[in-house]
Design a protein around this ligand. Sequence first.
Ligand code: CA
Length: 236
Amino acid sequence: MKRENVYVIEDEPDILEVIEYNLSREGYRVGASRDGSDGLRKVREEHPDLVLLDLMLPNLDGIEICKRLKNDPVTRPIPVVMLTAKGEESDIVLGLGVGADDYVTKPFSPKELVARVKAVLRRGPLKENSERQERITFTAEGGSVVVDAGRHEVVIDGENIIFTATEFRLLHYLASHPGRVFTREQLINRVIGEDAVIIDRNIDVHVRSVRKKLARYREMIETIRGVGYRFRDSDY
Ligand code: CA
């Protein structure tokens, strides 16, 4: 099996050492830079399988690096996981807004970091609308929820539940990307933005009504405080 290559851009030597040690031990090839512009150049050269990106960096900050990587079709598919400071939810929102795939808050445990890297590598780059799954089934607690885009149907524990067009799109979008955090802004643009007649652009209202209909599965949609929403990843 090919050893996956993770590139780390982090200027704090202690944190960098912990990351390098733990990822190498897990079998990853690890490259690293402690400088923003040097890191960006190396990522463009080496085209790693994943980038771990600190935000506060000398010469070029992480948000700018992420923006440049995601604006370039060549580097866009490379997943970017931000390393953010605890309590800096606005940084997370900003980073997700410029295309970061996920984040880990410092201080993190090595176990948490490795789990996140694995999860992001497994799910791959963000799927565009055309690649959306037609039919999504998730099972829990002896029952199941089926979200069928072809039939525009949600079946919960065998019962067909009526969803509005917006509610359906919201549920389908979130369920198509388990484990991925979306900001409110992203959800508005990708779910509600398509529908010009929708007056209520308050995503929280729509999430609330979707949860209500999900009933005992309501917790499949997690609220990420200060950031947005995530559909639970059952494998993670
Ligand atoms: Ca830093």
